[in-house]
Design a protein around this ligand. Structure first.
Ligand SMILES: [Fe+2]
Ligand SMILES: [Fe+2]
Length: 480
């Protein structure tokens, strides 16, 4: 007998109420700085909600935190109205919350948001916000009220998703910044929840805001505090108990990575891109608890009803707000119209410095835009690994095209350069050469970026192609 269930998972919706801004530089600079579509966040969320409601086969929706961008009351209220709409349409809704969902006026909880604000035409003014202690009750109808069990300390909870399938939704506020994880009591509760599910013959999936496996090795090496607090221990717990999947957010990166424990058991961390990032997507997860088969796919939107993107398609509009899109826009501007370049860089690059070093910046950008991919062949000594055809095509490929392509896949995953492509061979060659230079000349600053046991050549692969699971958008798993 099959026991099928399915759900949608959305994360990092960073909802911004229209009551909290008027058109002007302050909101536009914040949007550029944050690298996500803040102004369109209500319409984007609504477009995804319409898609979810239209799917009558899927009755469950999970949100994984950073529901709002800065924890203000208006944004939380409007976000919760969307949850009410899903509920009214017959969906079961489960929500967690994370560090963007609250403020701490005096910096308690190590919280980086000391207050929320409304963006006026010329600046900002303070507005009402939620504190960390308000969130449990605010989201109680979409969490604890439906739970099989609740961890009193963190507010984490376990729910039944379908016949034979449970989900542990971990709330990892920890102390707000340097430890985004559970404490001793919470860890005990989680282990207990896993054991109880097993004892009942149910499968269990985990979900938490912060990543448990980093999207790239350099991520945990450089910003370990952005990982789930206690991620190494959680990896061990999952392998010891043969839990096969955890869903995460926070990095805004679409990424699927696998971890193998000491006992040979494996699990995947399915990290989902921010809903309001360029090409933001949600995951659809379908499980047959009787066979343990689980299929995870990704769903995007190609238009936002009611939101004018001008001449641009939705993707082009969102992309232009994102780091790779901004780079692609400002590089030619630096050569064509320096004042426009400075204007477009505001909130993203240090404009004062760019003003001061105009000649150097223009020189560097001119060299960059003229360079071909082939200019890296000699540097990386990769000629012997390339076919004649590949060398010919590298001579005709602008280096910036490859750079933009790599950058554009940083958040969206599925970078296109497989190991047999000229781009991969040439970039890997340069990275390999840099590895040698770093070790020969003992360049400590660069060496500090490289995780133990890794190299620039290995690290470069993370940004060229998914050689790990093959596809960052979808995967088939066996949960038992
Ligand atoms: Fe986020
Ligand atoms: Fe986050």
């Amino acid at each position: 007998m099959s026991k099928k269930s399915s759900f949608y998972l959305l994360t990092d919706t960073h909802y911004v109420s229209k009551k909290t801004w008027v058109e002007g530089k302050p909101i536009n600079n914040r949007e550029r700085g944050d690298q996500i579509a803040l102004k369109a966040s209500p319409e984007i969320l609504d477009a995804f909600i319409e898609k979810i409601i239209a799917d009558t086969q899927t009755d469950t929706v999970i949100f994984l935190g950073d529901n709002t961008n800065s924890g203000d009351v208006d944004s939380h209220n409007e976000f919760r109205e969307r949850l009410d709409k899903l509920k009214a349409a017959g969906k079961k809704v489960y929500v967690t919350y994370a560090t963007h969902d609250y403020c701490s006026p005096n910096g308690e909880d190590e919280c980086f948001q000391h207050g929320a604000c409304r963006f006026t035409q010329t600046g900002t003014e303070p507005i009402e916000f939620l504190k960390r202690s308000d969130l449990f009750d605010f989201y109680r109808p979409y969490g604890a009220d439906q739970a099989l069990s609740v961890d009193a300390e963190s507010g984490s909870y376990t729910v039944r998703i379908g016949d034979g399938l449970r989900l542990a939704a971990i709330i990892d506020n920890g102390n707000g910044r340097s430890h985004c994880g559970l404490f001793e009591e919470g860890n005990r509760w989680l282990s207990d929840q896993i054991s109880q599910a097993k004892a009942a013959g149910d499968l269990i999936m985990l979900a938490v805001h912060h990543p448990v496996i980093p999207p790239w090795d350099v991520f945990s090496h450089m910003v370990d505090y952005e990982m789930y607090g206690g991620y190494k221990e959680l990896c061990d717990t999952m392998c010891e108990n043969d839990v096969r999947v955890i869903f995460t957010g926070h990095t805004h990166v679409q990424n699927i990575r696998e971890f193998t424990g000491k006992n040979g058991n494996r699990f995947v961390d399915v990290s989902t891109i921010s809903l309001v990032n360029a090409a933001g997507k949600m995951r659809k997860v379908e499980v047959d608890a009787s066979s343990g088969e689980c299929e995870i796919t990704s769903v995007g939107i190609d238009k936002i009803p009611g939101f004018d993107t001008g001449e641009a398609s939705l993707y082009e509009y969102l992309y232009s707000l994102n780091f790779p899109g901004i780079v692609k826009k400002i590089v030619p501007l630096a050569l064509a119209d320096y004042d426009a370049f400075l204007d477009a860089s505001e909130g993203f690059l240090p404009v004062d410095m760019l003003k001061k070093h105009k000649k150097i910046v223009r020189f560097a950008f001119r060299r960059l835009t003229k360079a071909r991919l082939s200019s890296l062949i000699k540097l990386g000594k990769s000629r012997k690994n390339l076919s004649k055809e590949q060398i010919r095509s590298a001579k005709n490929t602008p280096l910036t095209d490859v750079v933009y392509e790599i950058l554009s896949h940083i958040y969206t995953g599925n970078a296109p350069y497989s190991p047999d492509t000229a781009e991969n061979i040439i970039v890997s060659g340069v990275a390999r050469r840099l590895d040698r230079i770093v070790s020969l000349f003992k360049i400590e600053k660069l060496a500090a970026l490289i995780p133990p046991g890794s190299s620039l050549e290995i690290m470069a692969q993370d940004f060229l192609y998914n050689t790990r699971t093959g596809d960052d958008d979808s995967i088939k798993l066996l949960l038992k």
